[in-house]
Ligand binder design. Structure first.
Ligand code: SF4
Ligand code: SF4
Length: 480
């Protein structure tokens, strides 16, 4: 009977002491077994503790039959420490032994600034179309004093009990619309006042129109973040500039903007949003970036995200987490080692599994605390998106959506809104679910709409990982 550990002690979410061995043991509801080929035993995966182990088949039988007295006590002790055998409820385990990443990771404050919800694009997958007014109202910056004060209070509160890491993000709608120049200058002055840096998240079309401002304020700009979903027409079909544009022209403008920024040594992050229609083009986009010399430019980084249907609207052509990971893996597993400043950013329930088998392609989930599905519910990440009226939103997906407006009183200290709960501890169903620690209740937006559907999707992600990456797992286990 044997246990071989794949995740190390440092990877565990729970610090269960090995010395103490209770007698009332039972199998954890969070442990599941996944057979390996050629009699190599089974993978025992516990999502609550993040223990992933190879266990001999005879030991799995004894565990499943509850014959713990037949198992040598040093092995029982390991199974207890790893969280496969438990003597308390999952809630008690989390409350007693939870090892939060908060202790190890510096918190970060990012204040999103949304001058408008209007946009000059109509992307096929835009999740803000409900909020976009057809008219672009120019913000009168003389009316922004209350917002400046609110943000100042937020930052002062944050700095009282945290470090000094603080960023602003220009967001929207599209923040670089013509007419927003004064707001841009206002945002830069806010950064200077609080000694913070600015991220500009833009569709990229107007970078060229703002390049003089980017040039004179480059000491403040942390990065310009934009999106390329394909080359030439493929980009413009998905991320559509105004009607009447010549196909490819929008793409050309974005490329010019990126070139200008890199020429000024302003960091640029390009993200590619994939779904079934462009997932096979990852390599094409990377080749294009390589041909431009960007992949070896220290100011350039590249990320792959996937288009999600967090509002559960039944959108077509979505990729599941596993399908998206397969698309990346199929195209990049031979070349990934040579890519610098590259990462994927779409794994949630499958993240810790992918990490354990080294196919997480740079994703680090910096702002996500244990037992939370994403950064939006984590206490590592502080901040809200504010519009000019001081209305606050917590998650990117909900910005501008009145249903998710959390009012004008969001503050660093309060943490009372739906986003800042104790993650998995909110829900008893989740605490008894096999994927509890990895899914942690799922996306807050989707869960509010249809929790049952969320559960079906997330459990499928978990099971599909073992089915689709069988070869990767076998190879990893054999090599180890
Ligand atoms: S949301 Fe559903 S699938 Fe996710 S942990 Fe909770 S019960 Fe499990
Ligand atoms: S709650 Fe998290 S996963 Fe859900 S839409 Fe917001 S950021 Fe994304």
């Amino acid at each position: 009977m044997s246990v071989k550990q794949i995740t190390s002690h440092d990877d565990l979410f729970l610090q269960i002491p090995a010395k103490y061995l209770p007698t009332n043991l039972r199998l954890s509801p969070q442990t599941s077994f996944w057979p390996l080929q050629n009699g190599k035993g089974q993978l025992a995966v516990n999502s609550l503790s993040n223990a992933i182990d190879i266990i001999s088949t005879i030991l799995v039988q004894k565990i499943n039959q509850g014959f713990f007295s037949d198992i040598p006590s040093p092995i029982v002790q390991i199974l207890y420490e790893r969280g496969h055998l438990i003597d308390m409820t999952p809630r008690e385990l989390v409350e007693k032994y939870s090892k939060s990443r908060l202790a190890k990771i510096s918190p970060i404050a990012i204040i999103g600034l949304c001058p408008t919800y209007a946009c000059n694009y109509a992307c096929i997958y835009c999740y803000q179309s409900y909020a976009r007014s057809p008219q672009h109202k120019i913000v009168d910056i003389s009316h922004l004093a209350p917002l400046r004060e609110k943000i100042g209070n937020f930052i002062r509160d944050y700095k009282k009990s945290h470090n000094d890491i603080c960023l602003f993000e220009l967001f929207g709608g599209e923040p670089l619309l013509l007419g927003n120049e004064e707001y841009f200058d206002w945002a830069v002055s806010l950064c200077r006042e609080h000694e913070a840096h600015l991220i500009i998240t833009t569709n990229g079309y107007n970078i060229v129109d703002y390049i003089d401002r980017i040039l004179i304020n480059r000491d403040v700009i942390a990065k310009v973040s934009t999106t390329i979903d394909g080359i030439n027409e493929l980009q413009d079909l998905r991320r559509r500039p105004q009607s009447g544009e010549i196909p490819g022209h929008g793409f050309d403008r974005i490329i010019s903007g990126i070139k200008y920024c890199l020429g000024l040594e302003v960091p640029v992050k390009v993200e590619m949003n994939i779904d079934k229609n462009n997932a096979k083009s990852i390599q094409d986009v990377l080749n294009y970036c390589r041909d431009q010399g960007w992949l070896s430019n220290p100011y350039f980084s590249f990320g792959i995200s996937k288009i999600d249907d967090r509002m559960l609207t039944g959108r077509k052509n979505m990729l599941s987490e596993i399908e998206a990971l397969l698309a990346v893996h199929d195209q990049l597993h031979n070349t990934y080692a040579s890519l610098h400043n590259f990462k994927i950013v779409f794994l949630k329930t499958a993240f810790y599994l992918a990490k354990a088998f080294n196919i997480h392609y740079g994703q680090n989930e910096y702002g996500r605390d244990n037992f939370n599905y994403c950064w939006a519910t984590s206490n590592i990440f502080h901040g809200y998106y504010y519009d000019p009226d001081c209305s606050a939103y917590r998650c990117t997906f909900t910005v501008g959506n009145p249903e998710y407006n959390i009012g004008t009183n969001a503050s660093c200290a309060s943490h009372k809104d739906i986003w800042r709960g104790p993650g998995i501890l909110l829900d008893d169903d989740c605490l008894n679910c096999v994927i509890a620690g990895y899914c942690a209740g799922g996306c807050t937006v989707s869960r509010r709409i249809d929790k049952e559907q969320v559960c079906i999707q997330e459990k499928k992600v978990f099971a599909d990982f073992f089915a689709e990456f069988k070869d990767v797992i076998e190879k990893y286990v054999t090599a180890g």
